[in-house]
Unconditional design. Structure first.
Length: 121
């Protein structure tokens, strides 16, 4: 059993799988930011944004989850599905937190631009 784990840990991940995972990650990120912009424009609450994010980006997240699980498995992770799930949950949590803080950041930028408009063109 240990020999198999060591063998798997040393197994290289095929470049095609890494490329597919990169493309899936990019698609998920693009979906998340498009959802963020649309939610901000519609002035959605953070809980509504969170629900919208999960719904609109479900297909992209599922593909990231699937491919990441395969990569973690090849690398010998003990629970690749759970690790992939946690990665997706962390990305959702980060986006929702950024959305929650966005009005504060916008105000800071506006205040900064009022004090020094030359830096805001």
């Amino acid at each position: 059993m240990i020999a198999i784990a060591l063998l798997l840990a040393g197994s290289p991940v095929p470049q095609s799988l890494l490329d597919a995972a990169d493309a899936a990650g990019l698609a998920q990120t693009q979906c998340a930011f498009a959802t963020f912009r649309a939610a901000n424009q519609a002035r959605l609450s953070p809980p509504d944004f969170a629900a919208n994010l999960r719904s609109r980006c479900a297909a992209q997240s599922q593909e990231v989850r699937r491919l990441s699980g395969r990569i973690f498995s090849i690398r010998g992770e003990s629970n690749p599905a759970a690790r992939a799930d946690q990665m997706i949950e962390d990305s959702y949590r980060t986006m929702v937190e950024e959305y929650r803080r966005f009005p504060e950041k916008e105000k800071m930028i506006r205040d900064f631009c009022k004090s020094d408009p030359s830096d805001c063109r």
